[in-house]
Design a protein around this ligand. Sequence first.
Ligand code: 4NP
Length: 145
Amino acid sequence: MVCLGNICRSPLAEGILRDKLPSSKYIIDSAGTGNYHVGDPPDLRSIKVAKKYGLDISNQKGRQFTEIDFDKFDLIYVMDSSNYQNVIKLARTETDKEKVKLILNEIYADQNYNVPDPYTGGIQGFESTFKMLDEACNEIAKKIL
Ligand code: 4NP
């Protein structure tokens, strides 16, 4: 799960998908394309919304996406088109590129919608981020389980 800062959207996506898949079979992680929040916990608003829905994401630590992630993961879900461009720039092969998917295309096929960045808004934005990511992760889980 990849966003820009790895403190708002992708930590929620990581927590949500992890909750839907058996940990014995799947490794789920998140990262940011930027390095502003490396080592930081998720934004307090993401932690709060996750907690409201029964998920504890407070132990996550921000990290930056690197090309090694293409070797570690089979699927790379990005939150928006800017994340998509930044991740694709690091791809070394066509196989790397094929792993990268806009997460909302799991619900709205081929529409290329973005998960809006809730960082500069209020808690309501985090609530709607949670809901769209939960729906997308239901589709991912259905597909890969
Ligand atoms: P995120 O939101 O990409 O959903 O984690 C952001 C958080 C922080 C910044 C940008 C986006 N920032 O520039 O610090």
